[in-house]
Write a protein of this length. Structure first.
Length: 363
């Protein structure tokens, strides 16, 4: 006799069929569903591969604060807590970006952090308020370098784990062989909708009327043509991007931490990687001009003050670090959970997180 069991296991032949019970009582799921155990073994193996790949290329892993006085680095609503002794509000981090950039300012040329991120948002098959990402920063690099790094790193993880670059995901075959498609956000919208944003000549109301005629839902909060472009992309294009695709050149309004294009100041050097209709990675040529950065964060703060709880706040210490001087830098973030979903052919993010957040059961 090793231990006392007061609860019977699920039926031997039918297993644990209640999906929500699998998430709530993961220990039962692991006992009776061998495939679930394999998913988490694969997850641990992939995370180990990512660290090894970065370490071998002289990237240094840095641990940044989870409790922060300002939540920055992404457009997201933070969780708020309180420090009793200091009597100050604190936020759970929504990104590791701003502290890793401080390390670049301090003289480290290659840094990363693989860890937990917290965003006070809803849950879905693609979202969990607590998730894992890896953020990577390299001095003297730009977003083109980050594209190459993304291709090489992710292809390595997929090939090493699956023994092939072609994997099946929910009925689709995904091919990770390089090179991956690159297309601008404007061109992707034109390709899938026929809408040419260049034809509007920056006229917000003309663009809004054209989008409304195509049954694109426009929130009253959207006030710029750049945000109209992004909204059209999210509603009409994103779900069509099945094979690995870099969407490049984003509107400046939705990219306050990215460097402007030299030949078009309305757009920035940014890409997002989409696979199977969802975002997997996000990267910039980082904005290093402290004057431009302050102006953009001040605009974000005004939006936040007006009620946009996902807008950036001003981080004075980060701005002071930029004033010391930051070299040209490329930055990249990859969603670990969504990558594991692809590799393990999992339909929901809850399948690859051992203990996803669930609404409490009530008797």
């Amino acid at each position: 006799m090793l231990s006392k069991s007061l609860q019977p296991l699920p039926d031997k032949w039918h297993g644990l069929t209640d999906i929500e019970k699998r998430y709530r009582q993961r220990y039962l799921d692991l006992i009776v569903n061998p495939l679930s155990k394999e998913v988490f073994k694969t997850r641990a193996f992939c995370i180990s591969l990512i660290r090894r790949w970065l370490d071998e290329r002289n990237f240094l892993e840095i641990e940044t604060p989870i409790l922060q006085s300002e939540a920055g680095g992404a457009e997201a609503r933070p969780f708020i807590t309180h420090h009793n002794t200091l009597d100050i509000p604190l936020y759970l981090r929504i990104a590791t970006e701003l502290h890793l950039k401080r390390m670049i300012v301090g003289g480290f040329e290659k840094v990363y952090e693989l860890g937990r991120i917290f965003r006070n948002e809803g849950t879905s098959t693609k979202h969990n308020p607590e998730f894992t990402s890896v953020e990577i920063y390299q001095a003297f690099a730009n977003y083109a370098d980050m594209m190459q790094l993304t291709e090489e790193l992710m292809s390595y993880v997929v090939k090493t784990t699956c023994k092939t670059l072609k994997i099946d995901y929910q009925g689709e075959q995904i091919n990770f062989a390089q090179p991956w498609e690159k297309i601008s956000m404007k061109d992707s919208v034109k390709k899938f909708t026929g809408i040419d944003f260049d034809s509007f000549n920056g006229d917000f109301f003309k663009a809004k009327e054209a989008l409304t005629n195509q049954n694109i839902q426009i929130s009253s909060k959207i006030k710029t043509i750049g945000r109209l472009l992004n909204e059209t992309f999210e509603q009409k294009v994103e779900s069509n991007l099945i094979q690995p695709t870099f969407i490049i050149d984003y509107p400046i309004e939705i990219s306050p931490l990215a460097r402007r294009h030299d030949n078009n100041k309305d757009f920035v050097q940014r890409f997002e990687l989409f696979i199977a209709g969802r975002e997997i990675a996000n990267a910039f040529s980082e904005l290093i001009d402290p004057v431009d950065q302050r102006e953009r964060l001040e605009l974000q703060q005004s939006l936040r003050d007006a009620g946009d709880l996902e807008a950036h706040s001003i981080d004075e210490d980060f701005l002071q670090a930029l004033e010391i001087g930051m070299p040209p830098t490329g930055g990249l973030g990859i969603g670990i959970d969504r990558l594991i979903m692809l590799i393990t052919n999992s339909a929901s993010i809850r399948d690859v997180i051992p203990f996803p957040l669930l609404k409490p059961e009530h008797s």
